[in-house]
Design a protein around this ligand. Structure first.
Ligand code: SAM
Length: 245
């Protein structure tokens, strides 16, 4: 069995690039999100850094904070930023989880793309509190509407991506079964073909929290955040000013 982050570090960007229509990095509703770019902007769970680059390019004068606890992903992220001078000088890579990391007092918004299902219930509660502490009034958390889902029964193996590089074709297959405590056990299979013949296969297993939108939105502390549905792909969760009596 291969470690998922090891396999994803190797195959992930090859399978994802070039960015396609279904990807949350395409057609980001920047206007509606209304980041506050005079304050630092956070990319939460940056993975290999594609989202950090997208954020940094959209706001070329802003300070960027890129939070990524996984050492393999962070290595890819560091290379991506190191190679881009215009990002390198104003991007800080933070190696802890979002709840444990240092952050400055006043931030102007955050991307939360494909990350919420990595957080358990208590971590999600702590997360909203932490964001309320560091976001200035009006700043958004731009949330991708991707929650992992809660499968009631097994999701049969299906092909979810293909890509080529040189002589090789890369394929990724996904399957899932419900597991204890509202979690999903996910099996990913990465297959490498040359001249149509399988030359390698890596199988990984991981557990993810099965979340749905209702649960995620219900947990957002009222009074601290407003919930704005932007379109069928994103919500802006906007920091409200604290009420003083
Ligand atoms: C599916 S990737 C998303 C990458 C990127 N946001 C994107 O959409 O391209 C999720 C990332 O979140 C990171 N992650 C998991 N738990 C986290 C936490 N508690 N705080 C911050 N990042 C976390 C994982 O290491 C992983 O790299």
């Amino acid at each position: 069995m291969t470690d998922e982050s090891l396999a994803w570090a190797e195959f992930g960007d090859t399978l994802r690039l070039p960015i396609n229509k279904k990807d949350y990095l395409l057609d980001i509703p920047w206007e509606e999100a209304a980041f506050v770019p005079q304050h630092p902007l956070i990319d939460i769970g940056s993975g290999s850094g594609l989202s950090t680059v997208t954020l940094g390019e959209r706001f070329p004068d802003s300070e960027i904070l890129s939070v990524e606890p996984d050492p393999l992903m962070r290595s890819l992220l560091m290379v991506r930023i190191a190679e881009r001078e215009h990002l390198r000088e104003r991007t800080t890579v933070l190696p802890d989880t979002i709840n444990a990391t240092w952050l400055p007092d006043q931030c102007g918004g955050a991307l939360l793309f494909n990350v919420i299902y990595f957080l358990g219930g208590r971590a999600r509660d702590r997360f909203w509190q932490r964001m309320a502490e560091v976001l200035v009034p009006g700043a958004p958390i731009l949330l991708s509407r991707s929650y992992g889902g809660v499968p009631e029964r097994t999701v049969e193996r299906k092909l979810t991506g293909t890509a080529t590089m040189g002589r090789h074709e890369y394929q990724r297959y996904f399957e899932a079964t419900p597991a204890f405590d509202n979690r999903m056990e996910i099996t990913n299979t990465y297959v490498v073909l040359r001249d149509g013949e399988k030359v390698r296969e890596e199988v990984t297993k991981l557990e993810a929290w099965g979340l749905d939108e209702e649960l995620v939105l219900d947990e957002i502390p009222i009074g601290k955040f407003g919930i704005e549905e932007i379109n069928d792909r994103y919500f802006a969760i906007r920091r409200l000013p604290d009420i003083r009596r």
